[in-house]
Design a protein around this ligand. Structure first.
Ligand SMILES: C[S@@+](CC[C@H](N)C(=O)[O-])C[C@H]1O[C@@H](n2cnc3c(N)ncnc32)[C@H](O)[C@@H]1O
Length: 291
């Protein structure tokens, strides 16, 4: 058999056996679309995961096959479904005060030193890029409120963005289960969150600090001014190496002098020509001093 024929056979063979045939060609077409849309790379060992998440979509849409599903994704009418596919394939795992050392660092090295200036009217801007369902930006808000309880009346904003509209909607609601709020330090929970039925709602002060919007990091970034702090944690880990480096090189000029960038535990904000210096565990500082 020629090599070309063998490749064709591979592409047509079932990669996952289930309710709908799922071939290598199906997997590659979906992986290419996800990469083009969000920069996320999908290795072939994730084929079973992709199948199980998307078979639900094929079933819900009564399409009967992945071939028909791909045809929908490729069509102009597929716009909504492309977003559903993306939402189904992104990993949204997050939790309050995840990697708690970042919040101690933020409190001690950024918020506390700037508190007097912020009280006197200085702008404080933080970006949680890839915020998932909101636990990260609200952990930032609670950290700020712990130092500056009156922050809601000052010029303090936390921009929270994610590509997945479902998690952005959850972030806007700001309501979490008992289990989800468990990592929130008791004093902050007591002062800045409130009971809502059997859940916890983020209180008005913390909510007013956070603005949640959908944003694809692969596209244009519409925001104007610079940030004192950027959190981009456990997001670029799904991107290939060159996309990761491009991301860090785009964040860096958006930091104020002395601004901080916090990245995920297995990430390193390295890119050619970077002036960022290491400032503790997976934390970086832009040259200059925050003032
Ligand atoms: C694992 S969560 C991390 C959440 C939070 N930063 C944390 O560390 O707990 C990754 C998030 O990145 C988002 N994401 C993936 N690709 C993205 C892109 N191209 N633009 C914006 N957000 C993206 C996903 O939707 C997901 O909510």
């Amino acid at each position: 058999m020629s090599q070309a024929l063998a490749r064709k056979d591979d592409a047509q063979a079932d990669l996952v056996r289930g309710e709908f045939p799922f071939t290598g060609a199906d997997f590659r077409a979906i992986a290419e679309l996800l990469y083009a849309m969000a920069g996320i790379t999908l290795p072939e060992h994730k084929a079973t995961l992709v199948y199980s998440r998307l078979a639900k979509r094929v079933r819900a849409l009564r399409l009967g096959s992945f071939q028909a599903y791909r045809a929908l994704l490729d069509s102009p009418e597929g716009e909504d479904e492309r977003m559903n596919m993306l939402a189904a394939l992104t990993t949204n795992v997050t939790r309050f005060f995840r990697e708690p050392h970042h919040f101690d660092h933020l409190r001690d090295h950024v918020i506390a030193p700037l508190a007097d200036a912020v009280r006197a009217g200085r702008r404080l801007r933080v970006w949680s890029a890839g915020c998932s369902s909101g636990q990260e930006p609200y952990s930032i808000a609670l950290t700020i409120l712990g130092v500056i309880p009156e922050a809601a009346r000052l010029d303090v904003r936390i921009l929270a963005t994610d590509i997945d509209p479902n998690v952005v909607a959850t972030a806007r609601q700001g309501v979490y289960s008992d289990e989800q709020v468990e990592p929130v330090p008791a004093d902050l929970r007591q002062r800045f969150m409130e009971r809502r039925g059997s859940d916890w709602a983020v209180g008005a002060a913390a909510r007013s600090l956070v603005v949640a919007n959908q944003l694809n990091l692969m596209g244009d970034w519409p925001m104007k001014g610079r940030f004192d702090v950027i959190f981009c944690r456990n997001v670029v880990i799904y991107f290939d190496e060159s996309t990761q480096a491009r991301m860090w090189s785009r964040f860096e000029p958006l930091l104020n002098p002395g601004g901080r960038l916090y990245v995920g535990h297995s990430e390193r904000a390295a890119h050619p020509g970077s002036a960022l210096v290491s400032d503790g565990l997976t934390a970086y500082r832009a040259p200059g001093v925050l003032a």
